[in-house]
Design a protein around this ligand. Structure first.
Ligand code: PLP
Length: 412
């Protein structure tokens, strides 16, 4: 049995949410989950649905076109490079957080703008990043001073920026709030050094996470109140990521208006660097039931690990959705779903189903493309999910499988 009927899920707990319709309805048809043939892919595997990715990117392209913003993709959320050719049809570049991510953009997105930001650069990493980057943002004036001369001697022109902290928190979960008191991310107003701005062309703030445009509006007001005095001498302002533009209830027109208004007020280029919005609800993690047990309640052991393959669910934490499932007790048969590592807490949560589960059943975790593949580990050496694409015609191709050498290669 394959459990694959709706309701569909959103990452933030389990409120059903339709897919955001792209502005132009000319795009590829998105197949409902209950019509996707998950038996075509091996288990376990991450399955990226190209139609859903196109739909998200079309919406972002619409925002770019209407607002005049430059939208680049944050690799930290989505770095599935087999899909970069699709991303490049819509977005002019990407932002990297390290030399490795910068190399991936350089090698797999030929000709793309390459923005880089890291909380701190080590000298050897910086030497590798510098010849690749179009834009580099520094987290402090001390780092800017350390690398300023080196930037001037780069083989190409590099546009430099400073990350600032608008000291305005809109994100409830502390770990995801860059403006949490005492944050190490970005220069606060009191630490800002206007006398060291020579050579700086941009200001960057990143303060949002899974946020709407109302949260951006308030953050923007805080940013302008604190740093407005220096915007006129800039070429660009980067509004960071955390804009969940592709979520169905996101107020896209408000974002467009905010960007237009900002550009009109200040005459600078606006850059947005979302990550999650690109991979949002673009695919699944396919798993298989390996065993069923009972200890105070029924549990099912799966061939995936929450800890190793969906670590955000434990970190954030949130309960991932399983297609066709309900809340515990909502349907006739309730199980605790657990992963195949030794960690007692390697558990996705409790789910109910219309029929009893049995060994060999496939369970499909929804919305498993962003902040998953970029964060997986080989904890316990558990079998690593393959990566597959579901093409526009419904055919499936496995782009990567993992084995012993991949496990061994991470150790030494
Ligand atoms: C500096 C910066 N830019 C962009 C992003 C991407 O954010 P999101 O994936 O939430 O859009 C992050 C995420 O932490 C970030 O720290």
């Amino acid at each position: 049995m394959t459990i694959q009927t709706p309701p569909v899920a959103v990452k933030q707990q389990s409120q059903p949410s339709p897919i955001h319709k792209p502005a132009a309805s000319t795009g590829p048809t998105v197949t409902p989950e209950n019509e996707v043939d998950f038996s075509l892919v091996p288990s376990p595997s991450f399955v990226l649905d190209e139609a859903r990715l196109h739909a998200n990117l079309q919406l972002l392209a619409h925002v770019q076109e209407q607002s005049g913003a430059t939208i680049i993709m944050a690799l930290k959320a989505f770095a599935t490079w087999s899909a970069f050719p699709i991303v490049q049809k819509y977005l002019p570049g990407a932002t990297a957080s390290s030399l490795n991510e910068a190399l991936l953009v350089h090698n797999e997105m030929p000709g793309a703008q390459l923005h880089v930001y890291a909380p701190a650069y080590s000298p050897d990493e910086f030497a590798g990043i510098l010849p690749l980057a179009s834009h580099i943002t520094f987290n402090s004036f001390s780092q800017w001073q350390q690398y300023r001369k080196q930037v001037q001697s780069a083989p190409q022109r590099v546009s430099c920026g400073i990350r600032v902290n608008p000291e305005h928190g809109e994100v409830d979960v502390g770990a995801y709030n860059a403006c949490v008191p005492g944050s190490r991310l970005g220069v606060t107003q009191s630490q800002f050094k206007p006398d060291q701005l020579e050579g700086i062309e941009g200001l960057h703030f990143h303060a949002l996470c899974e946020s709407g445009s109302e949260q951006l509006e308030r953050t923007l007001a805080a940013f302008e109140a604190r740093f407005g005095a220096w915007i006129p001498q800039m070429k660009w302002v980067n509004f960071g990521g955390g804009h969940l533009i592709t979520r169905a209830d996101y107020d896209v027109q408000k974002l467009i208006d905010l960007v237009r208004g900002f550009r009109a007020r200040w005459g600078v280029e606006v850059i947005l660097e979302p990550g999650e919005a690109i991979g949002w609800r673009t695919g699944w993690l396919v798993s298989t039931v390996l065993d069923i047990g009972d200890n105070q309640m029924k549990f099912a052991l799966l061939d995936v690990s929450v800890s190793a393959h969906m670590p955000d669910c434990l970190e954030m934490p949130y309960r991932p959705m399983v297609l066709g499932s309900g809340q515990p007790g909502e349907k006739a048969f309730t199980y605790r779903l657990g992963g195949n590592t030794c960690l007692a807490g390697d558990v996705a949560g409790e789910y109910s189903f219309d029929r009893p589960l049995k060994v060999g059943d496939r369970l499909i975790f929804d919305d498993m493309i962003h902040y998953t593949m970029v964060k997986t580990t080989f904890f316990n050496g558990v079998k690593h999910p393959s990566i597959a694409h579901r093409a526009l015609d419904g055919s499936v191709r496995v782009v990567r499988t993992f084995g012993y050498q991949d496990f061994k290669g991470r150790l030494g």
